[in-house]
Write a protein that binds this ligand. Structure first.
Ligand SMILES: *[C@@H]1O[C@H](CO)[C@@H](O)[C@H](O)[C@H]1NC(C)=O
Ligand SMILES: *[C@@H]1O[C@H](CO)[C@@H](O)[C@H](O)[C@H]1NC(C)=O
Ligand SMILES: *[C@@H]1O[C@H](CO)[C@@H](O)[C@H](O)[C@H]1NC(C)=O
Ligand SMILES: *[C@@H]1O[C@H](CO)[C@@H](O)[C@H](O)[C@H]1NC(C)=O
Ligand SMILES: *[C@@H]1O[C@H](CO)[C@@H](O)[C@H](O)[C@H]1NC(C)=O
Ligand SMILES: *[C@@H]1O[C@H](CO)[C@@H](O)[C@H](O)[C@H]1NC(C)=O
Ligand SMILES: *[C@@H]1O[C@H](CO)[C@@H](O)[C@H](O)[C@H]1NC(C)=O
Ligand SMILES: *[C@@H]1O[C@H](CO)[C@@H](O)[C@H](O)[C@H]1NC(C)=O
Ligand SMILES: *[C@@H]1O[C@H](CO)[C@@H](O)[C@H](O)[C@H]1NC(C)=O
Ligand SMILES: *[C@@H]1O[C@H](CO)[C@@H](O)[C@H](O)[C@H]1NC(C)=O
Length: 379
């Protein structure tokens, strides 16, 4: 289901292409090639044509990719751009592929490869991907890739953005992550990582990581040994700003891991649909940059006096579907006064909070308040 939403761009682009074909218009007039300023060389053109033979072009979306004389300049081909170096951005133009042609390595300068939402029918990501050492951006999201993630990906030391989510990998280890020292964005959502007990350590070795999405990965909680291992020698992800760990098997031990590595930098934290229990720990209250905190659908019972203490930038606080109990007014008192002008959404619905609706007018930016399905009384 989530795949359909994530690949929406695909369907929109298809609709556009079909419209253009119906009108008999030139497909190659999209803004994707409007900036094509370079001229491609023969070797690159041949490599791209070979690469096209590995794709299934059902709707003739790549009709501009041709050896006809008036289509010689591959920088004008749809999905190709040549700002300094060739970039390939085919997400949205195709829905199926057979293989990623090994001829791709002829494009030695390739920095940007986006094949998102193209179904490669359970095939494996080829090992030679690790030879494209200039890659900065690699998107193979929702590609129906199977087998192992090739360890050669770890050779892509320039890679900044890696999106391998939504695939059917059989992941054996995360050692390959170690080489990705430039990585700022990593998305492995919907990939089964249920046996990757060392995932926190693997992530901690990415010194520049800012965005991490490991949603719906069947992630196990950080194991107890992590709590006793001093990590002072490891380059930790102190740069992390966006962390999405929704829909996993995490327990409250995740808070300990967070406490050492991400307290100052985190802006977005999504821990919804896990197995968090007990009280919201004080470490959350130390995450002074936090704007969005989502703890929906766990078994959290309440907060400590300092659970939110320094969250002066808090905008969205969502804790629906937990076991919050006691008086609503008591819970509201835990909210930081310094966030009175920033808090926009407060969702405490589907809990066991009692008492009557509190006067919240001091939260001057509050736009959405959900307290339904509690034990509230009064008018
Ligand atoms: C093309 O260039 C214009 C301005 O020069 C820019 O706004 C636009 O984003 C560019 N498009 C692509 C696909 O790079
Ligand atoms: C997809 O793979 C299966 C076997 O794994 C094969 O039978 C089928 O022909 C492939 N489909 C395409 C479109 O290549
Ligand atoms: C690429 O990665 C493989 C496996 O991780 C490794 O054996 C090989 O030496 C690497 N090649 C280069 C050029 O770094
Ligand atoms: C994930 O993989 C493990 C085995 O590696 C398997 O037992 C489990 O059922 C898988 N989980 C999902 C959600 O597919
Ligand atoms: C946090 O770091 C300290 C020292 O750097 C270490 O003693 C402690 O075990 C770490 N805690 C966790 C949960 O990793
Ligand atoms: C930490 O990073 C530095 C440079 O970025 C590197 O030299 C060092 O080997 C790294 N240490 C570990 C344990 O990865
Ligand atoms: C958090 O994750 C849930 C799924 O568990 C999702 O519905 C929600 O949109 C996410 N919220 C944010 C702010 O990322
Ligand atoms: C949640 O934790 C409890 C106790 O620690 C355990 O019995 C249960 O299986 C866990 N549920 C999930 C979905 O991980
Ligand atoms: C929160 O930060 C303060 C000041 O830096 C520190 O003394 C305290 O131990 C921190 N609390 C937690 C739970 O990390
Ligand atoms: C709510 O509080 C504000 C200021 O604290 C006050 O002006 C207002 O009259 C109160 N409203 C009610 C219904 O008590």
């Amino acid at each position: 289901m989530q795949g359909h939403g994530s690949c929406l761009k695909l369907y929109l682009a298809f609709a556009l292409l079909l419209l253009q074909n119906v009108k008999g218009g030139e497909v190659g007039s999209s803004d994707k090639d409007a900036n094509a300023t370079g001229t491609c060389i023969e070797r690159e053109r041949q490599a791209l044509l070979a690469f096209k033979r590995g794709l299934v072009d059902e709707y003739n979306s790549l009709s501009s990719w041709s050896s006809e004389s008036h289509k010689q300049d591959c920088c004008r081909w749809i999905g190709v751009s040549c700002n300094n170096q060739i970039q390939l951005d085919l997400e949205g133009y195709l829905s199926k592929g057979k293989m990623i042609s090994p001829k791709l390595i002829e494009l030695q300068h390739l920095q940007h490869l986006d094949l998102g939402c193209i179904d490669f029918n359970g095939s494996q990501i080829p090992d030679f991907i690790g030879s494209l050492t200039n890659l900065r951006y690699l998107n193979l999201f929702w590609g129906n890739f199977g087998g192992q993630i090739p360890s050669q990906i770890g050779n892509l030391t320039q890679l900044q953005y890696l999106h391998l989510g939504g695939n059917q990998f059989n992941v054996e280890n995360l050692n390959w992550l170690t080489g990705l020292s430039s990585l700022t964005d990593l998305d492995l959502s919907h990939v089964n990582l249920s046996n990757m007990f060392d995932w926190p350590e693997a992530v901690n070795k990415l010194p520049k990581l800012r965005h991490l999405d490991l949603g719906d990965c069947s992630l196990p909680p950080p194991p107890p040994r992590i709590h006793s291992t001093p990590f002072s020698n490891i380059n930790s992800s102190t740069s992390l700003t966006h962390l999405n760990l929704r829909d996993n098997h995490l327990t409250s031990s995740i808070f300990l891991w967070l406490s050492n590595y991400t307290t100052a930098s985190l802006v977005d934290l999504n821990l919804s649909e896990n197995n968090l229990t007990g009280l919201i720990p004080d470490v959350i209250g130390n995450m002074s940059s936090l704007a969005n905190l989502v703890l929906s659908h766990n078994q959290i019972e309440g907060g400590n006096p300092n659970s939110f203490a320094r969250l002066c930038s808090l905008q969205f606080l969502e804790i629906p579907g937990n076991r919050l109990s006691g008086q609503l007014s008591k819970f509201v008192q835990l909210l930081p006064t310094c966030a009175q002008n920033s808090l926009e959404t407060l969702d405490l619905s589907h809990n066991d909070l009692a008492g009557s609706l509190t006067n919240l007018t001091t939260f001057s930016s509050l736009q959405i308040l959900s307290v339904n399905n509690n034990q509230l009384t009064g008018s």
